[in-house]
Design a protein around this ligand. Structure first.
Ligand SMILES: [Zn+2]
Length: 460
């Protein structure tokens, strides 16, 4: 028996054994570590979300009213707000009454973070989170354990539409700095092992690394891929240029965190010979909508109540407003997430009765390129700059290989040291010889499409 064949035989025995091990590890983790009757809860979600639209709407509405009462009773922000408007939570009896409550803006969250926290939770028990990615105003907020348990359950629930299941092999192409840093640690490496995940850093995608990852995939045969939309596109482009095609069957690809452009989808589906499922979510609120096999984006009505800020939400696109129904630690009610969309009243041919998001627009991102051919995800910069308290807003524009413009809105505590540090970070990523032109401005006006792009690359 040749070495290659022996290795192959070993793999073919090892792989199903590993999957079985991972399934058992998942069960143990969810049951004993998280204390979740997860199979039962997933079955309950399934039953509830298949009861028909009227029943789903009633379920959402009851939870929304409960959240509203909680927000009023335990957060200074909502108490003051509703009192100033002479509204009691019980006055909100039907969806149109909700229009009386002002939308929640990112600027408000930034200015009144503490007032938005529920006094029912000690702050040290809360989990801090922040928006990443390359779009949306960077923002810090808090969530609690029960919220995260449900958030993860919803991801499990919807990811199964794309072929994922507990313990099955998944390649993750993800580029959020803290997430990837954690992935490097021993603890996370062990987590990846028992969960049956492998990672490819979306912030560091060179042709060499992508080809190497592909060769490993040919042996490991992941059943699904979870990827940043732009990273998935780069990966597919690289494989296509090198005429590499998978010789195993992928069940599906989940594209997330960014806008899935039609040309991204087309190339990835051609190269990987499987369907790409668009998953729309936000760090602030969790999974918002998931694409089904019939290609429609179904709204996660179990966890969210969605409105479109438009006179005709079924025909005229508007900004998406989200009420997160589970985050009792820091209620998000009518939160303006910064994406534009429209609802659809279509009944989906897939048979699922969850309402549909007709179209999703206005998320932007950019990939930076260096002369040496290195690709840097725009989110790489946002991730580093969002924690700087003296920077109110920023926009990094790569004009050419040699010139970057950085627009900064800063407060009066901004120092020269911070200025130099930012320039150094950009040069470290893009190259010492790149000129970084810093422009201090009063504001960065959003484009008419809605959302400010924090990173823009003009290099094609
Ligand atoms: Zn469907």
């Amino acid at each position: 028996m040749s070495g290659q064949t022996r290795k192959h035989k070993l793999m073919s025995i090892f792989t199903p054994t590993k999957t079985l091990f991972s399934k058992m590890a998942w069960a143990a983790y969810n049951t004993y570590r998280k204390g979740l009757h997860y199979r039962q809860r997933l079955a309950d979600m399934d039953a509830r979300l298949n009861e028909g639209r009227e029943s789903i709407a009633q379920f959402q509405w009851e939870r929304l009213r409960k959240l509203l009462r909680h927000a009023y009773q335990t957060t200074p922000y909502y108490q003051t707000l509703l009192d100033s408007l002479h509204i009691q939570p019980d006055d909100i009896r039907q969806p149109r009454d909700l229009l009386q409550i002002p939308t929640l803006e990112k600027s408000t969250i930034r200015a009144q973070l503490d007032e938005l926290l529920s006094r029912a939770f000690p702050k040290h028990r809360l989990m801090k989170n922040a928006t990443g990615g390359s779009s949306g105003t960077p923002l810090i907020f808090y969530q609690n354990r029960a919220y995260w348990n449900q958030r993860n359950l919803s991801v499990y629930y919807f990811d199964r539409w794309a072929g994922w299941d507990f313990g099955e092999r998944q390649l993750i192409v993800w580029g959020s700095l803290p997430d990837v840093d954690r992935a490097m640690g021993l603890k996370q490496r062990m987590n990846n092992f028992w969960r049956n995940y492998r990672w490819l850093n979306g912030f560091d995608l060179t042709a060499e690394k992508m080809i190497d990852a592909f060769e490993q995939m040919q042996r490991w045969r992941p059943q699904t891929i979870l990827a940043y939309a732009s990273s998935l596109h780069l990966f597919a482009e690289c494989l296509s240029e090198n005429q590499l095609t998978p010789d195993w069957k992928l069940k599906g690809i989940i594209s997330s965190a960014e806008m899935l452009y039609p040309h991204y989808r087309k190339l990835a589906e051609n190269v990987f010979k499987t369907k790409v499922y668009n998953r729309y979510g936000g760090r602030e609120v969790g999974l918002i909508a998931m694409e089904c096999k019939a290609g429609r984006l179904h709204i996660n009505c179990h966890d969210l109540y969605i409105e479109i800020d438009s006179d005709a939400p079924y025909t005229q696109p508007g900004e998406i407003l989200i009420t997160q129904l589970n985050n009792y630690a820091m209620p998000f009610i009518r939160y303006r997430i910064g994406d534009v969309g429209v609802l659809s009243d279509e009944v989906c041919p897939c048979g699922n009765s969850l309402p549909i998001l007709g179209d999703l627009m206005g998320r932007t991102t950019a990939t930076f390129r260096t002369r040496s051919g290195k690709l840097i995800h725009g989110g790489y910069f946002t991730q580093q700059f969002y924690e700087i308290k003296t920077v109110v807003q920023f926009q990094l524009i790569q004009e050419s290989y040699d010139l970057c413009r950085l627009k900064l809105v800063v407060n009066d505590k901004f120092t020269n040291e911070t200025h130099e540090w930012i320039v150094r970070q950009i040069k470290e990523a893009l190259g010492e010889n790149v000129e970084v032109r810093v422009e201090f401005v009063d504001q960065i006006p959003p484009p008419t499409s809605g959302k400010i792009a924090f990173t823009i690359s003009k290099i094609e």
